[in-house]
Design a protein around this ligand. Structure first.
Ligand code: GLN
Length: 545
């Protein structure tokens, strides 16, 4: 008989943003390092069918998977912590997608005219989606988005309650993350919010097995016993998730408290201790860097840093690989546009990330011109690469009107344009190029290795995309004559259309733009080669390399 699958459901109480995603990912990492085949799943109770069209102001970045699925930044955390799971569309779904499936089924007669209800039809669909995500794994960590008590979350909680009933208590574990605040005026840690959120869970039939309490200090045994008593959980199943200097400390702190030991004990899984040696070494470097470097990130959502979550994490990874602490300096492109360039000399490298829409682009172009002419390491990602191409066309190739069809559709010098195969398409809905595509890296330029090849050290790579516009092949010759090196190319096997994937400048310490999003593949233990190369060059520019 096949081994039963194991399920860990992670819910959150009291407040949002107390680190449920990081705790879930940390647990995933600890269990994976014990040799368990782990997968992770995020269930979001909001009604958008997918997060792709949600504002980054409200929702943080859109994290794209190999198969082109647009998900939220929690999948980014999962991927950075868990190495062997392949994440796809199955690993995240929203209530919107669940209801969409149920309504489609109803419209096509799938329910044979029965009254369609939240229980059992919506809950059955949720359970079906959970099983689909679990297909290739022995253990799934399933995070329920939102906070216990949210109306939208109820069908999800009911579905997971049913799963425990069906799969048996030895195969299903409920872990609940709450906040235990320290109130300075009382000089005390307060357990009441935790008690209330557990009460709320128990009212709907879920008794947590494990409580993870976010605190600013380690919880003493006495307080754990108290929380345990009121929440009907043994005191040794109450863990503290204390504030940490870095998210990468979290799995180590949780493991020190014995969380993974307790989880495998409760689920009856026999494994050895996790091998955390590489992770510990990485964290040690992170906290004891030999160098420090400031990197300017030029963007328009300067107030909402979650928009660039994967980029800032990738900079951390690239820093660790170079024994350096990277301090990101967020530079508002609109300030640059107004002519205030004073932030630029403060940084040793400039990164222009992806983005959509016209606001702030002339400011970004100013930053790129500065990096190009002053020989400051420059890294352009997606929109950043497109703007680097525009800057080069305008100021080096004499195409003074150079622009992108995204901003000036009727312009004659759109060096960035829709793909040839898309130009006739009127409705742009659903026309984004999403997910992983192969790219061929150019090895040399005039006898010297390209920046791209120097970083990747291989010719064929695969990177994730999320864009609609491209370097126009009509202008490619002109740009190359001007000295822009196309160092990465994708060839569409169906149309034979060539798409520029990377551009760079040869006579520059490090100037590279890529049409794809390398930040979506970087992990602390597998830092992305382009980020490693960019940080290395920035350290050198600072005189520390
Ligand atoms: N707006 C540009 C495009 O659609 C760039 C997208 C991005 O940076 N992700 O092509």
């Amino acid at each position: 008989m096949a081994k039963p699958k194991k399920y860990i459901f992670v819910t959150g109480g009291v407040l949002s943003s107390i680190g449920k995603g990081i705790c879930a990912a940390s647990l995933g990492m600890l269990l994976e390092q014990r040799g368990i085949k782990v997968t992770m799943l995020k269930m979001d109770p909001y009604l958008n069918v997918d997060p792709g069209t949600m504002s980054p102001f409200q929702h943080g970045e859109v994290f794209v998977l190999d198969d082109g699925t647009e998900t939220d930044l929690d999948l980014g955390h999962y991927q950075r912590f868990v190495h062997s799971a392949k994440f796809s569309r199955k690993n995240s779904f929203t209530a919107g997608r669940v209801y969409d499936a149920v309504i489609k089924k109803e419209r096509s007669g799938g329910y044979l005219g029965k009254t369609v209800q939240v229980i059992p039809h919506v809950t059955d669909q949720i359970k079906e989606n959970i099983q689909a995500a679990m297909e290739d794994a022995d253990l799934g960590i399933i995070e329920v988005g939102g906070t216990v008590g949210d109306i939208e979350g109820l069908p999800f909680l009911e579905a997971i309650r049913q799963i425990k009933h069906e799969e048996g208590a030895s195969n299903v574990l409920f872990a609940h993350l709450t906040l235990v605040p320290y109130i300075p005026t009382a000089g005390e840690l307060k357990t009441k919010p935790t008690q209330h959120s557990v009460k709320e869970l128990r009212e709907i039939g879920i008794q947590p097995d494990i409580l993870i309490c976010r605190t600013d200090r380690v919880l003493e045994k006495g307080i754990k016993e108290k929380i345990g008593l009121f929440c009907n959980v043994p005191g040794d199943c109450v863990f503290s998730a204390q504030d940490a200097e870095s998210i990468y400390d979290v799995p180590l702190l949780l493991s020190e408290e014995g969380l993974d030991d307790k989880v495998v004990e409760k689920l009856g899984i026999w494994t050895g201790r996790p091998d955390l040696s590489k992770w510990k070494k990485m964290v040690k470097t992170l906290h004891h860097p030999d160098h420090e470097v400031k990197i300017g990130i030029v963007g328009k959502y300067t107030d909402w840093r979650d928009t660039y979550k994967s980029i800032s994490e990738s900079l951390v990874h690239g820093g660790v690989a170079n024994h350096a602490k990277v301090t990101p300096v967020y530079i508002d492109s609109e300030m640059l546009e107004k002519g205030d360039l004073s932030a630029l000399p403060e940084v040793s490298g400039i990164l222009v990330p992806g983005g959509f829409g016209e606001r702030g682009i002339e400011g970004k172009i100013k930053a790129i011109e500065y990096a190009r002419t002053k020989k400051i390491p420059f890294f352009g990602i997606c929109l950043g690469m497109q703007l680097a191409t525009i800057e080069f066309a305008r100021h080096v190739c004499g195409l003074t009107e150079a622009n992108s069809a995204e901003f000036k559709p009727e312009n004659q010098q759109n060096v960035i344009d829709l793909m040839d195969s898309q130009k006739s398409v009127k409705d742009l809905g659903g026309t984004m190029r999403l997910g992983a595509y192969p790219c061929r890296v150019k090895q040399e330029n005039k006898g010297k290795p390209t920046h791209a090849f120097a970083a990747y050290q291989k010719e064929m790579i695969s990177e994730r995309h999320r864009h609609r516009f491209e370097v126009s092949n009509a202008f490619r010759g002109r740009l190359e004559e001007g000295g822009l090196v196309v160092s990465g190319l994708n060839i569409d096997p169906k149309t034979s259309e060539e798409l520029v994937e990377m551009v760079e400048l040869p006579d520059h310490p490090w100037f590279l733009g890529c049409q794809f999003h390398p930040e979506l593949l970087s992990r602390p233990l597998e830092p992305h080669p382009l980020f490693v190369g960019f940080i290395k060059a920035s350290l050198k520019a600072k005189g520390k390399g």
